[in-house]
Structure formats: structure tokens, C-alpha cells
Design a protein around this ligand. Sequence first.
Ligand code: GLA
Length: 375
Amino acid sequence: MHTIKILRNSSWKQLMPVILWLTGILPFASYAQSGASVPAGEKGLKDYYKAYFPIGVAVSPRTLKIDEADLVLSQFNSLTPENALKMGPVHPTEKQYNWAGGDSIAAFAKRHQLKMRGHTLCWHNQTPSWMFVDSTGKNVSKEVLLQRLKEHITTVVSRYKGTIYAWDVVNEAISDKPNEYLRPSKWLEIIGEEYIAKAFQWAHEADPNAQLFYNDYDEINAVKRAKMIRLIKSLQSKGIPIHGVGLQAHWAVNEPSRAQLDSTLRDFVQLGLKLQITELDISVYPKEHNARERRPEDNDAAFTPEREQAQLEKYKMAFELLRQYKQHITGVTFWNISDRGSWLDNFPVRGRKDYPLLFDKDLKPKNVYWEVVKF
Ligand code: GLA
């Protein structure tokens, strides 16, 4: 508690030495004791893909203080805070910003010369409840919400100016329902569609050098993809500063097919923007889009040879295509480090273990890893 208080009351400059110590020295102390997964000095993903694109990973501040930091440094050259810079964690009450998590990841990135992506400035999820209401609990007016969004974006983007090179400005604004364009959300309800353009404008004003991305999932679905493209084109036609499209790429053993991924990438390339794969993982279970209760058959959650083979083929195919599109792709980021833990352990089925990444729970490369780096 005491440390948290000190951190909150100190300026960025005062904190730098402390942060560097916490994020730099501690991990190095723990490396010495960890059974290294890939021997030091051996090539990592980032080296195999040097001529293609940076390879990133979503991290928590804690991850960078334990043995996983070793793996991060040997394999990846870009970081995305998994949660630390989402609106809820970073701006929990109107007058309070919680910088500890974002700052410690930023310090680690600087210290080790890694790129850093920002995730995310405006989303319907993990938003703090105060954002949309006044002191009596009623929805605020459009003007007030626009002002709050502007203040949030300006403050967060300014703080990491020069450190975060790319931002997921708006996340998941498109509806999953085939006949609905934009996702119903408090942003849309109170402000209207204009919240999206404003978010990009304010991010650009705060850091004119930052690359600004629209980020969404289920991009492989032709109906949803068409709506993403419609949105991006409408921003482009109004001269809104948008530089890239983030394809989350939460895929599974049964999708996308090669043809589906090829047409997805081809369609987005037409926009003339940078493409990034921002949240890559490949579940070993067939894709389900909605959370549901656990069923008896979900207890069969082992990483069987069949599941391993199906996942291996999907990763191999995906990276073959990503390499083909290298002139358009400026980053590929995995969503979490290893099968030790990922958000898919709780989604769509709470408590069902998944094995979606290239490293196992002991941080050792899985067989699929060697397929991804063999080309
Ligand atoms: C979405 C968000 C991410 C994350 C994942 C689940 O893809 O963009 O920030 O919350 O869901 O971890």
C-alpha cells in the first residue's frame, strides 16, 4: 500500500530510477534461478522474423518481473500492455490516473529497446462506470462525455508520447449482428457515431507521430469485415488521421481457412493502410463466439496429439500467409506469452484449460514453434 501511495504521488521523472530498478533488476535476479527455456544467445521469434515484421506479446507488469521476462526478451521485440492501459485500470475515477502498470511496462520497453503498442483508448468494455454518469447516476450529456473522452485520450497519449509508437485508438466498435453496423454502447448511445472520429483526432493532436489503429476481432468473417472496411473508409473520406487496421486474430483450430485468411488480408490491404495482427492466439478448441457454462465434455481439456497437430497446421498456414503479405504487415503480436495462462482459460468456457500459444506452461517452445520459424 505504502509503495502504491508513493508511486501515485510521484512524478514520472522521480519515479524513473525506482521503476528501472523494479523492472530491470528484479527480473534479472529471477532469471538466474529460472530453467531457461531457449538457451541464451539462440535465435528467437524476433530474429527469425527480422526481415518480415516485429513480433510482439501482450504482457502484464507482473510478467516482466518473473521468469517470463527472460522468455519475452529472448523471443519478442514489441510489447502491448494486456490490461494496464485500458480505460478502467488506468482511469478508475474522474480525478485519478493509475500509471504504475503502464509506466513499469514502458520502462521495461525502454530499458530493453523494445517497441511498445498502446491498447486501448476507447472501448465499450473495461470502461470505468463514472465515465458515463453524473453525480446523480444519470447519463451525462453528449458534450460532457466528449470532454471526458478528450481529456482521457489527451492525458494518456501525452504521457507515453515518444514511447508508445502505435495506439489501438478505438477497439471493437463494429456490431457482431449481421444486420447492425455499429455496436450499441454507451459511447454510441450518448455521443453517436462521431465518437470514433473524435477519438482519432484527439489521439493525433496529442502525439502527431503515433500511428493510429482501428482494432477489432472476427475480421475473418466477411460480413463483419465489410463493416470494418466501411467504417475505415468513412474515416478516410473525412480526412480523419487513421494509419492502420489491427486484426485481433483470436483464431482457432477450425478457422480461418487458408482461403478465408487470404481474402481477409487482401481486402484490408485495399485500404492502403498498415496492417497489424494485434492479439494472435489459436485455440485448440473449435471456435465459439459466446461465453457459456461448462459442460461435462469440457472436462476433456488435455493437449492431445490431435489437438496439437490441428493447431500446428493452423499456425503454419497462418504464418505462411503473413510472410507473403509482409510488405503490408508492420507487426504481429501474440496475446499472452505461454500456455501457463491466457484469457482463453476462461473464455468462452470458464475454467477450461486452453493451449493457444507457442510456448508451454514451462515456457519451453512447443512443436508448433519450430513450424512457425521453419521457412
Ligand atoms: C479483446 C480485447 C483485449 C482483451 C481480449 C481478451 O480482444 O481487445 O484487450 O480483453 O479481448 O483478453
